[in-house]
Design a binder for this molecule. Structure first.
Ligand SMILES: [Mg+2]
Length: 406
């Protein structure tokens, strides 16, 4: 409720104090519309919470296994507005978030995101920026963008500028830990829901993969195209053999056939694999130079980027700019409630990974989570910012840490 504690004086701009304590200026000149212009655009406090959510069943891919997922949620307040964003990483990132908010974000004007981002990058120089630190910066950067949009009363998509109002999602999971029955049920559900592409994991037990792929293709029945992701399980020559095998089985996308650190290996596979299958990587790009190195090495047909890892929306925009310049499609890695907005704003974006763990978690702990409809993600244009609010009661049972910064 807007409550004015100062008299309106026709013919002037009048400074008013709102019921919630914020200060605003009201244009009361005759004929003008009543406008609120928030004065307090400096960050006054932060809250960093960590939640660890068990997976529905134990999960694995070509190189890792896990039974829970940790999400670090950052909230920043300026004046009457609070932004909210997140990163998927380890709990230790919460300490880095709290340190950076205290050192480089408090009292800073939210209109100066590039300056704050640069200050954060410089503050972590001796910690080592890639990895955990970059995830912490991402959560803060994403939160600043969300906060700025909320201050302006705009959905973040409108602040960034829209290239489209919805973006294709692809169903992603297909863990190597699944039984054939679980695998078939998951991909069948996605095809039934209207996803045009689905992705399964390969590489943990390569001898079983042809059987698993055939079962999946049988279940899809041509309703969706098949992506496979090895999570860096193979060496280059083995990966090249696998690319031919998978292409013959109808796969059209081979993600991380070798480690993303092996850019010459990625280039070798991309150069020699059948043209009907494309090589994708980029989920471990933590800084803009990581995207540049993948592009310079001609390592990928599709550049992947993760706005919860690469330093946030600010750097995701740079990855998209690089894609435009080098005529590469951009695909967002996981985190659909963030990437739905970003990929609707960016012309090179081709799709968003609708990762099972993340859409499950986002619908559990966020009101306003962006869920796929008929295989498409459409950000809610009636909600400011990213449109997310923490479901306090639902999230509380998964909370492992809570740090306030003021
Ligand atoms: Mg992947």
């Amino acid at each position: 409720m807007l409550r004015l504690f100062a008299p309106r004086i026709p013919g002037t701009f009048t400074t008013l104090r709102l019921g919630n304590g914020a200060v605003c200026t009201v244009d009361t000149r005759p004929g003008s519309s009543l406008q609120r212009m928030p004065h307090d655009t400096r960050v006054s406090s932060g809250l960093v919470e960590t939640f660890t959510i068990p997976t529905s069943t134990p999960e694995s891919d070509g190189t890792a296994s896990w039974d829970s997922t940790t999400v670090v949620v950052v909230q920043l307040t300026a004046g009457a507005h609070t932004g909210l964003a997140y990163t998927y990483t380890y709990e230790a990132a919460a300490d880095i978030c709290a340190y950076l908010i205290h050192k480089e974000v408090l009292s800073k004007d939210v209109h100066f995101i590039p300056k704050i981002h640069l200050d954060m990058d410089r503050a972590v120089r001796n910690m080592g920026r890639p990895g955990l630190v970059s995830c912490a910066i991402a959560a803060i950067d994403n939160c600043l963008w969300d906060l700025k949009a909320r201050m302006l009363g705009l959905p973040l998509l409108q602040l960034l500028g829209a290239a489209r109002d919805q973006i294709a999602a692809y169903g992603s999971g297909g863990f190597t830990s699944y039984t054939d029955k679980e695998l078939i049920e998951q991909v069948s559900n996605w095809a039934e829901e209207g996803f045009s592409c689905v992705k399964m994991k390969v590489g943990r037990d390569p001898h079983r993969d042809p059987h698993r792929i055939k079962e999946v293709q049988k279940a899809l029945g041509g309703r969706a195209k098949l992506y496979v992701d090895a999570n860096g399980a193979f060496h280059p020559k083995t990966a090249l053999e696998k690319s031919r095998e998978y292409a013959d089985l109808g796969a059209v996308w081979f993600e991380e056939p070798v480690s993303s650190d092996d850019r010459s290996g990625l280039n070798f596979v991309r150069e020699h694999c059948p043209p009907r299958i494309c090589v994708a990587a980029g989920e471990y790009a933590y800084v803009p130079d990581d995207f540049r190195l993948l592009i310079q090495a001609e390592a990928v047909d599709v550049l992947q980027a993760d706005g919860t890892r690469c330093g946030g929306i600010s750097n995701f925009l740079e990855a998209a700019g690089a894609c435009e310049m080098f005529h590469l499609p951009l695909s967002a890695h996981t985190s659909p409630s963030l990437h739905a907005t970003l990929c609707c704003a960016l012309t090179p974006a081709m799709n968003v990974e609708y990762f099972y763990d993340h859409y499950r978690i986002e619908s559990m702990i966020f009101d306003g989570a962006v869920l796929a409809r008929k295989g498409m993600l459409a950000p809610d244009q009636t909600r400011p910012g990213l449109g997310l609010q923490l479901k306090e009661l639902d999230a509380a049972k998964f909370r492992v840490s809570r740090k306030t910064v003021s």
